[in-house]
Design a protein around this ligand. Structure first.
Ligand code: BES
Ligand code: MN
Ligand code: MN
Length: 462
């Protein structure tokens, strides 16, 4: 047993109980009813950072939820690692689909996690993964092994688009200066297959409203004679993808990078079993853009998805009505080089142009962000690879993820350093879904691996 694992073994129960306490606070940033809980979580994170060995900790106010900042500077000549994470979580609904209450964490054994998994909203995304870094710091400071400087920036608005973090970063470049940014808010290929996320997709999120007649109408008296906003909206949405599931918005693909044959062949080497994939989702077949594999479709290709659609009568029984309005929320996942604001504009122009005269269309942009790719020859990547090699006994696989952390591209642009995404989550963790969980194995492996990143990054920086 090495030094790290014996410390972790000794403190394992406390590491779990502290995380469980943090998970009990419902820090849902999207719902203002939870405002006090979100603020309470910021306070808790601040206290934990202090206890783990930060010399200064503060709650930095923003126009929205505060950013928790902490640092321990041991020597100005040594490298500095900036850790980013988020303490806010997604809403828990639909509540009835949870087997245990989302904010009453329980550890349960599963087939994949015989040593147990923590079930709670935020267990993996991102409280559990963020807290691995706090405990890794505690390990390094209490065993006198912190090899470099460390800064923490933990925000409370990631799940609502990190709207106020941009200004905070721009206004605090000096304070946040660093040599590498370390984030655990992504996943790994499998429990025994470590991977480092080398890409994230960008995002453009819009809401559309289609208005027909000035009031709801009798669908018999008016049906067939006026545009039904719901019929029109669904037709418009359907036309956004052609028979090859290619997006039809003019200019949408203009800046999409086409990977070379070699790069695609390299990607295809990552372990993936289509049958298992289908089985896990209980689907007969996968579905997507012609000419690309499943792994390509959900990482290197842009997509357009309706996330919600509503209008008209949805209550019990039947009501014969043509609604005056119909709505949808649409997300577009983007790849590096696609500019999210440009894509939002292209969507708006196109969507307005395809509307029949009988309706009015309103497109409201929500939030978005740029995609991100990072090379595997940076010192940061090499340090992470060595750390995983030590704790898993094998080289991690570079993998581009389909998810988005919109602020990551801005970090690189403003702070001029590389971002290393050491994710310990699994696709089966059900983030954003009912029964979100995080394997105890994954949590402890993270705490064990992170200090080794610090060690190797400091060594390689010399
Ligand atoms: N941690 C996720 C993103 C993620 C998860 C990336 C797994 C890669 C693998 C993050 O909290 C998230 O949910 N991002 C949102 C975007 C945000 C603007 C709401 C997303 O990807 O939908
Ligand atoms: Mn997250
Ligand atoms: Mn999330």
């Amino acid at each position: 047993m090495n030094n790290n694992t014996s410390y972790i073994e000794k403190n394992k129960d406390r590491f779990l109980s502290e995380l469980i306490e943090l998970l009990k606070i419902p820090s849902i940033s999207a719902d203002s009813a939870y405002k006090n809980d979100v603020l309470k979580t910021a306070e808790a994170v601040k206290d934990h950072l202090k206890n783990a060995g930060c010399d200064t900790v503060e709650i930095c106010p923003t126009k929205g939820y505060p950013i928790v900042y902490g640092e321990k500077i041991i020597d100005k000549n040594l490298p500095t690692v900036l850790v980013y994470g988020h303490y806010d979580v997604q809403p828990a609904d639909p509540l009835e689909l949870w087997d245990s209450a989302p904010f009453e964490p329980v550890i349960k054994k599963t087939e994949l996690h015989p040593e147990g998994a923590i079930f709670a909203r935020g267990a993996c995304d991102d409280k559990g993964q963020m807290y691995m870094h706090v405990k890794a710091l505690e390990f390094m400071t209490s065993t006198n092994q912190l090899p470099c400087n460390v800064k923490f920036m933990i925000e409370g608005e990631e799940e609502v688009g990190s709207v106020n973090l941009t200004d905070f970063v721009k206004e605090n470049r000096e304070k946040l200066s660093n040599d590498v940014i370390l984030i655990s808010d992504t996943g790994m290929i499998a429990k025994d297959i470590p991977s480092i996320t080398t890409g994230l997709r960008g995002l453009s999120y819009v809401e559309v409203e289609v208005t027909g007649p000035n009031r709801d109408l009798h669908s018999g008296l008016y049906g067939g004679a006026v545009a039904n906003p719901i019929n029109v909206l669904t037709k418009m949405i359907a036309s956004l993808q052609d028979e090859n599931n290619h997006i039809t918005i003019p200019g949408f693909y203009d800046n999409v990078e086409e990977l070379s044959k070699e790069e695609r062949a390299e990607m295809a080497k990552a372990p993936f079993n289509l049958e298992d994939y289908k089985k896990a989702l209980n689907i007969e077949d996968v579905y997507g853009e012609t000419g690309y594999t499943t792994n390509e479709r959900n990482s290197i290709r842009p997509t357009l998805d309706v996330n919600g659609i509503w209008g008209g009568y949805t209550g019990e029984g039947a009501k014969t009505v043509i609604a005056s309005k119909a709505y949808a929320k649409i997300s577009m996942r983007l790849v590096p080089n696609q500019d999210w604001q440009n894509i939002t504009q292209l969507f708006k122009t196109h969507f307005e142009s395809i509307a029949p005269k009988g309706v009015k269309v309103k497109v409201t942009p929500h939030h978005g962000g740029q995609g991100y790719v990072t090379p595997i020859d940076s010192i940061g990547y090499q340090a992470a690879a060595k750390a995983y090699n030590d704790t898993f006994g094998k080289q991690p696989i570079p993998q581009r993820s389909g998810g988005s952390i919109p602020i990551v591209a801005l970090f690189e642009e403003e702070l001029k350093s590389k971002i290393i995404l050491m994710g310990f989550g699994l696709d089966s963790d059900a983030i954003h879904s009912p029964n979100e969980h995080f394997g105890v194995f994954n949590y402890l492996k993270g705490i064990e691996t992170i200090p080794l990143f610090y060690k190797y990054f400091t060594e390689l920086s010399k």
